[in-house]
Write a protein of this length. Structure first.
Lengths: 224, 417
């Protein structure tokens, strides 16, 4: 696969289950053990770098499964997000205030264990945690999974707002419609291969995307 | 200099190559999974789409030729279901082995933009009036000029191939500033004006946009000097988009290829080996964004050379030399392409005729070019009565006209000893 993300963009990877989206994110964040090819960040080849080094560079993945540490409180989860930055008490407080400004509900629940939060709140916590690392680029993996439609809209609204404030977003999703609406560009994955690319707008009106993801009729590809 | 899509046309070359790399992977994946012909070709070569990782791997892909398109008529090369196709074109007519090309809505939008890029690049703006004197019936790209002009806001007069007198009247009355036609038709109009004693420079014409046939430097000089206009070349490939693959800019130093949509290579036609830039050979094109009809390494039979160095107009898109000859034996008469295969097909269907034949095109430039065929004929027919020969000539004349769309002069000759 070959793809690129430019600073300030929202780029999404859409595709069905098993298409390889999470694997790709894991390669980018350094978590995937072995792969061939090149990963260039700001013109620097980062092949072989450990995940911590990539996080220090500002690449932060927001993983899908077990998004947050459920026994720990909201506050403790957020602290962990900033762990690599080794912040003093005061600065840590400031950074947490910034996150609470984006996700006011987290302030209300700050001493509660993360396990007591609703699905949507946990997703917000996961994002908040990522923000604590002061990322240049965050990579949310299926942020809408298992969430009610109104919450999904809220999450996407927040993602877009984070982008407007300067964070680059590489988003992996099955929910193509909401994702393409906020994306500058997107890639469509199908069993490990990139099969389409274009602007969010282009892909929303693309026939194949409509058929595969947006619920239009699907008669199969060859009708000759 | 005006550039229609500066983000793309002046893109940093490194970024352009990365864009091409991304798009190549997609077109290869699409072709492999959606087009039986390409799946077979890849499987036969022991190749998988995953083997094509970078532009360097392009040369591992086998070529596609017009014969492949003919063999997969009608829909074997289509990569999308028919209900996504909004345009079907058959550039070679339907006699013998035709080919059909399909376009989706998005493909047509892209095509329109490419023509607009060419127009903008040579200085056409909303203040211009473009007289399109291509044959709207036969030349499938003619209508693209209308659409490209619409994007820019220029006015179009679809004059088609009305006689020179009418063309001149339009130029005078409507004050056309741009003429789009074949170069030979432009010369024909010019000669008509000279005969009538009309000073071409008294007209409002500033720009000429010529294509659909090769035109040597003398013709270029003739038009520019006698008419006082700037004459620009446009290039297209009927199996892809015609015109719209490439166009000259005001620097007149070659035609910029729209590399975000077409990946060009130049190969040695005999061996198929890719040649370095600057070397002359056969142009091979890979479509990077075509939805309906993706073509991988399509051999165009056009001879050219590529120059990736930056142009003085500011564009970073590679330039190709004007195409003056072909690697196959196609000839162009009055803007219409005539393929030897078509002639052979017709001859093959008559007993005692061919296969040898000689073509000659009358030297006179302009609309009165005549194609003449001297066809080897069996002794039996040569010695038959004049009536029989006349009838055969007529039948051949009809069949050739149906096959290639041109009135052809036919002469029957005995086999050389």
């Amino acid at each position: 696969m070959t793809l690129h993300v430019e600073a300030g963009e929202i780029v999404s990877l859409i595709g069905a289950n098993g298409a390889g989206k999470t694997t790709l994110l894991n390669v980018i964040s350094g978590v995937h053990p072995s792969w061939e090819g090149s990963r260039v960040f700001n013109e620097v080849e980062t092949r072989g770098w450990k995940p911590e080094k990539l996080v220090a560079q500002g690449i932060v993945q927001v993983p899908e499964a077990e998004k947050v540490f459920t026994p720990l409180s909201v506050l403790e989860n957020l602290e962990l997000g900033a762990y690599l930055r080794r912040l003093g008490r005061a600065v840590l407080q400031q950074e947490m205030e910034k996150v609470f400004a984006v996700f006011p509900i987290l302030r209300e629940r700050k001493i509660q264990p993360a396990g007591t939060l609703s699905g949507g709140e946990r997703q917000m916590l996961a994002l908040g945690k990522a923000l604590m690392a002061r990322p240049k680029m965050i990579m949310p993996d299926e942020p809408s999974l298992g969430l009610a439609p109104t919450i999904v809209s809220e999450i996407f609204r927040i993602i877009r707002s984070l982008n407007e404030q300067g964070t680059t977003i590489l988003l992996v999703e099955q929910n193509a419609k909401e994702t393409l609406r906020i994306s500058h560009r997107a890639y469509v994955l199908d069993t490990g291969r990139i099969v389409l690319t274009g602007t969010g707008e282009d892909l929303l009106s693309n026939e194949e995307v409509k058929r595969a993801f947006l619920g239009k009729d699907y008669h199969g590809k060859w009708e000759r | 200099m005006p550039i229609f899509n500066p983000a793309v046309e002046t893109m940093d070359r490194k970024a352009l190559l990365e864009l091409q790399n991304e798009r190549l992977q997609i077109v290869v994946n699409q072709a492999y999974s959606n087009v039986d012909f390409y799946r077979r070709k890849f499987d036969e070569a022991g190749l998988s789409p995953d083997d094509i990782k970078t532009l360097e791997d392009l040369k591992r892909i086998p070529f596609t030729t017009r014969k492949d398109l003919m063999e997969n008529y009608p829909y074997g090369m289509f990569a999308v279901p028919l209900r996504d196709v909004v345009r079907l074109q058959f550039p070679l007519g339907l006699y013998g082995n035709p080919i059909v090309i399909g376009y989706t809505r998005k493909d047509l939008e892209v095509w329109r933009e490419l023509v607009a890029r060419i127009m903008a690049g040579i200085g056409i703006t909303e203040h211009d009036i473009i007289q399109v004197a291509f044959n709207y019936g036969l030349f499938l790209g003619a209508i693209r000029f209308n659409q490209g002009a619409e994007l820019i806001g220029a006015a179009v007069v679809p004059a088609s191939i009305a006689p020179a007198e009418v063309q001149l009247r339009i130029m005078k009355d409507f004050r056309s500033t741009v003429l789009a036609s074949t170069p030979s038709f432009a010369v024909h109009i010019l000669e008509f004006m000279q005969k009538r004693g009309v000073d071409p420079r008294s007209l409002s014409l500033k720009i000429g946009l010529f294509g659909a046939e090769p035109w040597p430097e003398e013709v270029h000089r003739f038009i520019e000097d006698n008419w006082g206009i700037k004459a620009y070349d446009i290039y297209g490939v009927m199996e892809l988009v015609e015109p719209g693959v490439a166009g000259e800019c005001t620097a007149q130093a070659g035609l910029h290829i729209f590399e975000d949509h077409f990946l060009p290579e130049v190969i040695d036609p005999a061996s198929g080996n890719p040649l370095d830039s600057g070397k002359s050979g056969e142009l091979v094109l890979t479509t990077l964004t075509t939805n309906a009809y993706p073509l991988l390494r399509y051999r165009t039979s056009d001879v050219t050379a590529l120059h990736p160095e930056r142009c003085s107009c500011g564009r970073t898109l590679a330039r190709m030399d004007r195409v003056l000859e072909r690697a196959d034996k196609m000839i162009t008469v009055r803007g219409i392409n005539v393929f030897p295969e078509k002639i052979q097909e017709v001859l093959g269907s008559f007993r005692g005729v061919g296969p040898g034949y000689l073509t000659s095109v009358s030297k006179k430039k302009g609309m009165n070019d005549q194609l003449k065929l001297e066809i080897e004929t069996s002794a039996e027919i040569i010695s038959a009565g004049e009536e029989k020969r006349e009838a055969l000539r007529d039948a051949l004349h009809q069949a050739l006209r149906r096959a290639i769309g041109l009135r052809v002069e036919v002469e029957l000759k005995g086999h050389s000893a």
